[in-house]
Design a protein around this ligand. Structure first.
Ligand code: NAG
Ligand code: NAG
Ligand code: NAG
Ligand code: NAG
Ligand code: NAG
Length: 309
């Protein structure tokens, strides 16, 4: 009889193992292209129930069919051997299932983190920003050497501002200086300049520390651009013309900012951009974050100002 006890012990252990693996954390996540599919391994439980049922049937057959102690013992031994074999098979199967489950969970985790990981991706323009932001560069353009000053201003969550901000609400950049001891300037963005949603980006002069030693009116040509975050070959930065302050607006805009009161001169020039431009998709499937488009990187826009000396 000891073999029967052993048998049921085996079966019970197996049954419990399977049962435990059938709770919620045995849900398997299979990542496919579209979304996450949930699968549960109910097969294990069914297989065990069948096994238990068949074992019970066999045992009762053995018990009712034969009275000879020796035959009974032999039959039980055969049954035990059979079941041990089946248990081994089920054990192997369980291992395979558990291993699969682990792999699937890893996969599902990867899939879940995918968007997050991508939002860490840097814009292809980042190294340009790091190298040139707030710097003066000497370049040779068409046989003519020129000094260029670059300033990059990033506006975070611009995608939300495009949608939420009321007409005429604007955002001003921090004041920055054009080179050392240079002119103080600012950039202003109005996500909805007209009720139709045109975006307006302008640049102006503001009161600065070196105003008393600078020449007035402001003499340099300037240009604004919204960075296109696609790869180099396909870039189409939205650029303004090169504005020449001597031909645009009056000294009221380009003269020395007032010593008291409102420090900002009004802006004379700006770049208007139809809002749908901001939703133009990136041209190729590079590894860009989810809230990105050609001019929006992870929801942000970056404006570049160039001053030509
Ligand atoms: C399994 O999940 C269901 C629905 O998500 C929940 O109602 C139930 O309490 C969970 N059971 C266990 C054992 O966590
Ligand atoms: C052992 O298993 C085989 C097939 O799996 C079956 O035909 C046979 O009847 C089983 N023997 C006993 C004693 O249950
Ligand atoms: C992406 O944008 C979100 C929301 O503005 C911000 O929390 C996150 O830090 C940004 N990621 C990077 C890498 O800048
Ligand atoms: C560049 O400059 C050189 C000498 O200064 C001159 O000979 C040449 O014609 C110029 N080229 C152009 C394209 O202006
Ligand atoms: C450019 O440099 C200024 C001054 O250091 C800094 O405040 C600003 O955040 C920089 N712009 C970008 C896009 O990193």
């Amino acid at each position: 009889m000891s073999s029967i006890v052993l048998l049921f012990l085996y079966l019970n252990t197996l049954y419990l193992t399977c049962d435990a693996s059938n709770t919620n954390d045995s849900k398997l996540f299979i990542a496919n292209d579209e979304d996450v599919t949930e699968t549960q391994y109910a097969t294990c439980k069914i297989a065990t129930e069948e096994l238990v049922a068949s074992a019970r049937a066999s045992v009762s057959r053995v018990l009712t069919g034969a009275c000879n102690a020796k035959t009974l013992d032999e039959k039980l031994q055969a049954l035990e051997k059979n079941l041990t074999k089946e248990l081994e098979e089920i054990k192997t199967l369980l291992n395979v299932i558990l291993e699969n489950k682990r792999n699937m969970q890893k996969l599902a985790k990867l899939y879940d983190n995918y968007d997050e990981d991508k939002s860490d991706a840097l814009s292809p323009r980042q190294s340009e920003i790091d190298n040139f932001n707030n710097t003066l560069q000497r370049t040779s353009l068409l046989n003519e050497s020129a000094n260029l000053f670059f300033y990059y201003w990033q506006i975070k969550r611009f995608n939300e501002k495009l949608v939420d901000w009321k007409t005429a609400r604007s955002l001003r950049s921090p004041t920055f200086y054009v080179g050392q001891n240079g002119y103080a300037m600012y950039i202003k963005v109005t996500p909805r300049y007209f009720p139709d949603g045109t975006v307006f980006i302008s640049v102006g002069l503001t009161r600065g520390r070196h105003d008393s030693v600078l020449k007035w009116p402001f003499p340099y040509k300037i240009r604004l651009e919204i960075l296109d975050h696609s790869s180099e070959q396909s870039r189409q930065g939205r650029r303004s013309r090169i504005w020449d302050p001597s031909t645009l607006c009056s000294e009221y805009f380009w003269g020395r900012p007032k010593l008291t009161g409102e420090p900002d001169n009004p802006e004379c020039v700006g770049l208007s951009i139809p809002r749908q431009i901001f939703f133009v998709k990136l041209p190729v499937a590079i590894d860009y974050p989810s809230r990105s488009a050609r001019y929006l990187w992870n929801g942000s826009i970056t404006i570049k100002l160039t001053v030509y000396f």
